[in-house]
Design a protein around this ligand. Structure first.
Ligand code: CMC
Length: 384
């Protein structure tokens, strides 16, 4: 590359502020604290729809009518069951972290599906629907294996989120829990060009298959700066233990420039609207389950963060309260990030399909800051 090649390029670390694709799937307004899916405010969707409707909306652009809803819901239910080979693999992976197991299992399912060889757009969509149906069963089975418990078959009478809850925890959710898990999955369904969604789009843009795109997205979601923050946020709340300890622990962490997991966001510079909704659930559920101390500790951490870093636009993000919510109904911390994937699968696939319909391979440039040479070549035996 010649020096002039790089003269007029713009470099933005972490692609901050760079627009890399057009989309009509969803919109994050980071200054107003608004999240929109296909034109609908997410608050309207959580109040009026279930996850299956929202998943259909993201994939197809419009909310389903009654007939379309019935067809979509029944096609998801038909695809939920996992075969024995997949369940055996999950059993073999019982001692690995559930996010690593999830990545491996999705890759395994894809490797055994002949449709994954050069699929056309229609096949990519059909694989997407299979993945949306199967990911909850995979995550639930991973949770069971990880806790040395028997697998539970899907219950065809239960909708998407309640069935996931049932297969993972071995009990049917009550009305409040059913609403809570469904809303949490809706709130995680899509969120702009976040790292994992971007990863899935980069993979699909090479005309690879949806299994590969989703496997890569899971790998990206796993990191603590992204989906992995929820598990660590709960660990912090538990470590602080009670509201009176929060001031000392958090100020020490801030003083030593440690990141407080579950706070801050590349796009939101105000309160994350998803955290607002989840916080209300956490308050209710922890009160009901006798774990209010954890909620009060979390709220105290939030207040200290607002006083110290609020002026920098750092507030709780979706990961701060989601982990505490899942924990308070009985999920293990190691399964929090896989639950994020159960929700986000609709956004990953919707955006990848959208991108594929007018594809251009992603291929950014790197800014070369190394020696431009030419350096003198030294034969290997003469090098020091
Ligand atoms: N705790 C303490 N300081 C923070 C935090 C935090 N959680 N987040 C940002 N800051 C500070 C950071 O130290 C930096 O300060 P300075 O300008 O003095 O160097 C400034 O705010 C900008 O932070 P950044 O890391 O450069 O911002 P970014 O846009 O590159 O990163 C982020 C965004 C989400 C990775 C970051 O806020 C973070 O690491 N948060 C903790 C991890 C987390 O909760 N991740 C979940 C994100 S939301 C859901 C999801 O996508 O999974």
């Amino acid at each position: 590359m010649s020096a002039s090649d790089q003269e007029n390029v713009r470099f933005s670390k972490g692609l901050e502020g760079i627009v890399a694709a057009e989309s009509s799937v969803g919109y994050v307004d980071g200054l107003a604290g608004k999240l929109v899916y296909r034109g609908y405010d997410v608050n309207t969707l959580v109040e009026n729809c279930d996850y299956e409707e929202v998943s259909y909306l993201l994939l197809n652009g419009e909310l389903p009518n009654r007939e379309q809803y019935k067809d979509y819901s029944s096609s998801l239910r038909k695809k939920r069951q996992l075969d024995n080979d997949t369940l055996n693999l999950i059993r073999d992976l019982k001692d690995t972290h559930p996010m690593s197991a999830l990545r491996t299992v999705i890759s395994f399912i894809g490797a055994r599906d002949n449709r994954s060889i050069e699929p056309d757009l229609e096949t990519q969509k059909s694989i997407s629907i299979d993945l949306i149906a199967k990911i909850p069963s995979v995550v639930a089975a991973i949770n069971r294996a990880h806790n040395s418990k028997e697998f539970i078959s899907p219950d065809d009478d239960l909708p998407f989120s309640s069935n996931f809850f049932y297969q993972a925890l071995g009990r049917r959710p009550d009305k409040d829990e059913a609403k809570m898990i469904d809303e949490a999955l809706i709130l995680h369904a899509d969120h702009g060009m976040n790292a994992s969604t971007f990863t899935s789009m980069v993979v699909i843009s090479t005309l690879s298959d949806m299994y590969s795109a989703v496997t890569a997205a899971i790998s990206s979601l796993k990191g603590p700066l992204h989906g992995g923050a929820n598990e660590r946020a709960l660990a912090l709340i538990q470590r602080v233990g009670k509201p009176e300890n929060a001031e000392k622990v958090i100020s020490n962490m801030i003083a030593s420039k440690e990141k407080i997991m579950g706070f801050g966001h590349r796009v939101y510079k105000v309160y994350d609207p998803r955290a607002k909704i989840l916080k209300k659930f956490v308050e209710t559920v922890t009160k009901k389950n006798g774990q209010e101390n954890l909620f009060l500790t979390a709220e105290k951490i939030e207040n200290i963060m607002a006083q110290t870093l609020g002026s920098k636009g750092i507030f709780p993000n979706v990961d701060f309260y989601s982990g505490l919510l899942y924990y308070s109904v009985g999920f293990d911390p190691s399964i929090f990030t896989p639950i994020f994937a159960v929700g986000r699968i609709s956004g990953w696939t919707a955006r990848s399909l959208e991108y594929l319909s007018d594809n251009k391979i992603f291929r950014p440039r790197g800014m070369y800051v190394g020696n431009r040479g030419p350096k003198e070549f030294i034969p290997i035996d003469d090098r020091q």
